[in-house]
Design a protein around this ligand. Structure first.
Ligand SMILES: Nc1ncnc2c1ncn2[C@@H]1O[C@H](COP(=O)(O)OP(=O)(O)OP(=O)(O)O)[C@@H](O)[C@H]1O
Ligand SMILES: Nc1ccn([C@H]2C[C@H](O)[C@@H](COP(=O)(O)O)O2)c(=O)n1
Length: 218
C-alpha cells in the first residue's frame, strides 16, 4: 500500500507522541517527535548558558547542534539526552526558545528535509500549518488542561518521580499560552485538520480514531 505523511498538532500533554508512536508501529511508519528537537535546543542553551537573545551566539550554537534519533533514543552531538530533555525546566525553556525565528527556521528546514519522502508521522505544534501543510492526513488533538495535567501527574508517579499536580497544571497553562500566542507559527488548528478531543478517550480509543481517519486516505 502506498505510504502517505501524517501530521499531528496539539497542546502539551495531549498524547501526541504516545499516539504517534503506536500508530507508526502499526503502519510501519517513522515517527518524528519534533518537540524533542526543540527540547534539544533548550537543553544545549541551558547547559552551555547561552544567551539566546544574542543572535550571534545563537547562530553559532545552532550550527554546532547535531540531533539524531535511534531506537526511541534522542542524541545531541552524540550524547544520549532522552531522559534529560524531559524535565520541567527543559519543557519551559523549549517553549521559550521555540519562539525565536532562527530556531524555528533551522528545525523546520530539518523536519521538511526528513519528511521529504512518504511514510512519516510528525507531531508538534506547527506540523499541519507550516511543516507539512500538504500532508495527506492532518489531525489536531485536544484535551482539557486538567485531564492533561492529571495524565502527566500519573505518568510521573508511576515512574517514581516526585510530582505536584498543581505545579504541573500551572505549567501546562503557561506553556499553552506561550505556544499559542507567539508571533511566529503559533499553535493553532489548521483549517483542514480533523480535531479529536481526547479528554474522555482511552489511548486505544484515540489510536482507533486516528487509524479510522488514516484508513480513509490509504
Ligand atoms: N487518551 C489518553 N488517555 C490517558 N492517558 C493518555 C492518553 N493519551 C496519552 N496519555 C498519557 O498522557 C501523557 C502525555 O502523553 P504524551 O507525552 O504522548 O503527550 P504529548 O502531547 O506528546 O506531550 P508533549 O507535547 O508535552 O510532549 C503520557 O503519560 C501518556 O501515556
Ligand atoms: N513543532 C513544534 C514542536 C514543539 N514546539 C515547542 C513548543 C513546546 O512547548 C516545546 C516542547 O515540545 P513538546 O515536547 O512538549 O511537544 O517545543 C514547537 O514550537 N513546535
Amino acid at each position: 500500500m502506498a505510504k502517505i505523511n501524517i501530521a499531528i498538532d496539539g497542546p502539551s500533554g495531549v498524547g501526541k507522541s504516545t499516539i504517534a508512536d503506536i500508530v507508526a508501529d502499526k503502519l510501519n511508519y517513522v515517527h518524528l517527535d519534533t518537540g524533542a528537537m526543540y527540547r534539544c535546543v533548550a537543553y544545549y542553551v541551558l547547559k552551555n548558558e547561552i544567551d539566546y537573545s544574542n543572535e550571534e551566539l545563537l547562530e553559532k550554537a545552532l550550527s554546532d547542534l547535531k540531533i539524531s534519533f535511534q531506537n526511541d533514543h534522542v542524541y545531541l552531538n552524540g550524547e544520549d539526552v532522552t531522559k534529560e530533555i524531559r524535565t520541567n525546566d527543559i519543557s519551559m525553556m523549549a517553549s521559550k526558545t521555540s519562539a525565536v525565528p532562527m530556531v524555528r527556521q533551522k528545525l523546520v528546514d530539518l523536519q521538511k528535509e526528513i519528511a521529504k519522502s512518504k511514510g512519516y508521522i510528525l507531531d508538534g505544534r506547527d506540523i499541519c500549518t507550516v511543516v507539512l501543510p500538504d500532508a495527506e492526513v492532518k489531525i489536531f488533538m485536544n484535551a482539557d488542561a486538567k485531564a492533561r495535567a492529571q495524565r502527566r501527574y500519573d505518568e510521573y508517579i508511576n515512574k517514581g518521580i516526585d510530582a505536584d499536580y498543581e505545579t504541573i497544571y500551572q505549567d501546562i497553562i503557561a506553556r499553552d499560552y506561550q505556544d499559542s500566542h507567539r508571533k511566529i507559527s503559533p499553535l493553532k488548528k489548521a483549517d483542514d485538520a480533523i480535531e479529536i478531543d481526547t479528554s474522555h478517550l482511552t489511548i486505544d480509543e484515540v489510536v482507533d480514531a486516528v487509524l479510522n481517519i488514516i484508513n480513509k486516505e490509504i
